[in-house]
Design a protein around this ligand. Sequence first.
Ligand code: 9UX
Length: 72
Amino acid sequence: ENNTIVLNIGGMTCSSCVGIIENYVSNVDGVIECRVNLAMETARVVYDPDLTGVRDIIRNIEDVGFTAQIPS
Ligand code: 9UX
């Protein structure tokens, strides 16, 4: 069973940022799908919780230079 998380993303200033995050995070082990919404500044990530988790996903987004937070 997959899980879905929506994260708040910081640091996106142009539409290419969307592709950077989507391409990188989509290729992380256990990530099924990553879709980023530039206007909303969110990322919706579907993942297999047996293979990865929210902390890993946040770290991967930070690795490519953005911030990611669980919405409060
Ligand atoms: Mo656009 Mo985003 O020049 O990291 S790709 S700012």
